[in-house]
Write a protein that binds this ligand. Structure first.
Ligand SMILES: Nc1ncnc2c1ncn2[C@@H]1O[C@H](COP(=O)(O)OP(=O)(O)OP(=O)(O)O)[C@@H](O)[C@H]1O
Ligand code: SF4
Ligand SMILES: [Mg+2]
Length: 331
């Protein structure tokens, strides 16, 4: 059984221009000990998927799915207190904008001490447990590269830089000992050396503790080096999803191919300083989506039939949504 199984997740939000369908039939799953990457251009809906999983969307928005299961239990139709308990104890999120996601009224020390999982504490008096919490919090701060733990723990979120807040959020997520870590662009504000340290830490926790990870990122090279499987979003739809090695060898969707071409190590034969190949044009505004396939106006393989919406097709565990896939899908 998958740890998290999302099938046909659809989200409508109300805007000044009326209701807009921002996610449309998004599907993917994450198995135990798996690292799944979620990629797509800015505005494709990645952060909305993250918030939908943990129930962090405004209540008035309309969300539905054929299923959104956590270890076989339906997240969308369970009691709110049960759902909150699952997201508090088993799923941890590193949000894209850490400074605004942290509690502005509490010091980072208080926030991380409170988040330490009771599974990590041994028996003892209250004050002994507080000492253990502090020690565990400090160890995790060092692990993510925050050396000056005292200044960090004594500060409020607004007193620290974006990259320290981002590192802190990763430590905060890890002290709760989750089964699934959802990391939304977790290394965005970091310098390369810290980024490598964090990616190594994730991989290490995945291999030693069996931590499953949904890794949302623009950084394709990091994704290729650490993820087992890949889900590609375009304009709020999953256009391709499958095992990383299969997709790298034989991408089926033209958008996935364009993403691979835009990553330096996959663009062979380029002169130095040549612009990396990408698709022409930009992602369309969600209020003005093209008829049929959403990639249509930008797609080098578009044909007449593409004005019909492509349904999801499946070859074993490889899913794609295109009338004219790049490679002939192998059975
Ligand atoms: N609160 C909101 N109100 C209105 N529209 C929103 C809101 N949040 C997101 N959107 C719209 O939904 C779409 C998807 O947004 P989302 O933040 O999920 O994109 P993303 O893939 O995470 O982009 P990025 O890579 O830049 O983080 C965008 O068009 C965005 O403008
Ligand atoms: S369905 Fe047509 S327009 Fe859409 S990705 Fe496939 S070939 Fe391109
Ligand atoms: Mg985002």
């Amino acid at each position: 059984m998958a740890l998290l199984d999302v099938k046909n997740l659809t989200l409508e939000i109300d805007t000044a221009n009326g209701w807009i369908n921002v996610l449309d039939k998004v599907s993917f799953s994450i198995n135990n000990k798996e690292i799944r990457a979620l990629v797509g251009e800015s505005g494709s809906g990645k952060s909305l998927v993250v918030k939908a999983i943990v129930g962090a969307l405004p209540e008035r928005w309309r969300i539905k799915a054929d299923r959104m299961m956590w270890q076989g239990e339906d997240l969308l139709n369970m009691r709110q207190d049960k759902r909150r308990k699952i997201t508090r104890e088993q799923i941890a999120v590193v949000y894209q904008n850490p400074a605004t996601s942290l509690d502005p009224s509490a010091t980072l020390g208080d926030q991380i001490m409170e988040a330490v999982s009771s599974k990590l504490l041994s028996r003892g008096w209250f004050w002994q447990k507080q000492q253990q919490r502090e020690k565990i919090a400090i160890t995790h701060l060092h692990k993510v590269g925050i050396r000056d733990h005292k200044t960090c723990m004594d500060s409020y979120p607004h007193q620290l830089s974006d990259d320290v807040c981002q590192k802190f959020m990763i430590a905060l997520a890890l002290v709760s000992q989750p089964k699934l870590l959802i990391a939304d662009d977790p290394t965005m504000a970091m310098v390369p050396s810290t980024k490598i340290q964090i990616l190594k830490l994730f991989k290490h926790l995945n291999q030693t503790r069996g931590l499953s990870i949904l890794f949302v990122s623009h950084d394709l090279l990091s994704i290729f080096s650490m993820a087992d499987s890949l889900t590609v979003l375009y304009c709020g739809q999953t256009v391709e999803t499958g095992k990383m090695d299969k997709i790298l060898k034989r991408p089926l969707h033209p958008y996935t191919q364009a993403l691979l071409d835009s990553a330096p190590s996959f663009s062979k034969g380029l002169e130095r300083k040549t612009d990396l190949p990408t698709l022409e044009g930009t992602i369309p505004p969600l209020q003005h989506l093209p008829i049929g396939c959403r990639l249509g106006p930008r797609c080098p393989r578009a044909q007449k039939d593409c004005v019909k919406t492509p349904e999801e097709r499946r070859i074993h565990e490889h899913f794609y949504r295109c009338h004219f896939p790049i490679h002939r899908p192998t059975k």
